[in-house]
Design a protein around this ligand. Structure first.
Ligand code: MG
Length: 283
């Protein structure tokens, strides 16, 4: 179950930003791209402190700082089928370390250990209130807002390992943002685009997901305490595919916006020979 958006009203967009001086603030993005600074995270009761950041004087950061990122696997039936399986009877959960988080427009780094890294466009839930062992109905109130995530996955490693920590856990494997909205339409389209190809590689309505946000939050809360700012990735629809160096990945969710990131190669570990040469230069 989703919180319905009000029709014909531009949703408030909650951001986290860094100024040129290196100060980090939560804020409210205005239509002219100015940011009203909030005195703390909005889910902790943050209020405007009167400060206004002019457009182009700040950089957008991933919009919250979760204590954990919990993700749901195979939550769209067509995606479960393309992965060669069925939708599970209960949600499949896994964790992504918070060091996977990167900002809107930041670079996804392909690690040398993988030959196939894939995008997974997903709706992300942001938790607003601490909760443990809550019903789906109570869970609705605990969901503060919605944003966009890319659950980047080293597919070959995910398939070869018996669990997913390595395949899902590389640094830069969780682009998040660009901002949080409080409400979303259940029929909002989730679409993933690569480079300049007009046709989306992924395209689904978010209510095609099997386990709904309230069910997922209730389910997780029966296992672990969810804290304000925690992030839940709700699964990806059909159409996942590989990313190459230089690609630009755009994930759009109607009513939220567009999360954009570029893809680079991560440098391999220096070989032992190189390390010895470097060491002898130091000596
Ligand atoms: Mg996923």
């Amino acid at each position: 179950m989703f919180k319905y958006e009000k029709k014909d009203v531009m949703a408030d967009r909650y951001v986290r930003v860094k100024t040129a001086q290196g100060k980090v603030y939560y804020g409210l993005l205005e239509l002219n791209q100015s940011v009203q600074v909030l005195d703390t995270a909005p889910w902790l009761g943050g209020e405007p402190n009167g400060e206004l950041l002019a457009p182009e004087t700040y950089q957008l950061l991933h919009p919250c700082e979760p204590s954990k990122i919990i993700a749901v696997g195979k939550n769209y039936s067509a995606h479960a089928a393309e992965m060669g399986g069925e939708v599970p009877k209960e949600p499949i959960l896994f964790l992504k370390p918070t060091t996977t988080l990167i900002d809107p427009d930041a670079e996804i780094a392909l690690p040398p250990q993988s030959k196939r890294v894939e995008y997974e466009g997903e709706l992300a839930l942001v938790i607003g209130t601490r909760c443990f062992n809550v019903t789906p109905k109570q869970a609705i109130a605990a969901i503060w807002g919605y944003t966009i995530a890319n659950d980047v996955t080293a597919r070959d490693i995910q398939r070869s390992d018996s669990q997913w920590t390595r395949g899902k856990g590389f640094d830069t494997f969780c682009p998040l943002g660009p901002w949080i909205v409080r409400e979303i339409s259940p029929t909002a389209m989730l679409q993933t685009f690569v480079n300049d190809v007009k046709k989306p590689f992924q395209s689904a309505e978010i209510d095609e997901m099997v386990f709904s946000p309230d069910y997922i939050v209730s389910y997780i809360s029966q296992i672990m305490t969810l804290l304000p700012g925690d992030v839940i990735l709700t699964g990806t629809p059909e159409g996942v595919g590989p990313m190459q160096e230089g690609d630009r990945i755009y994930i759009e969710i109607e009513g939220i916006g567009k999360l954009q990131n570029t893809v680079i190669l991560r440098e391999p570990l220096p070989s032992i020979e190189d390390e010895n040469i470097e060491q002898s230069e130091i000596d």
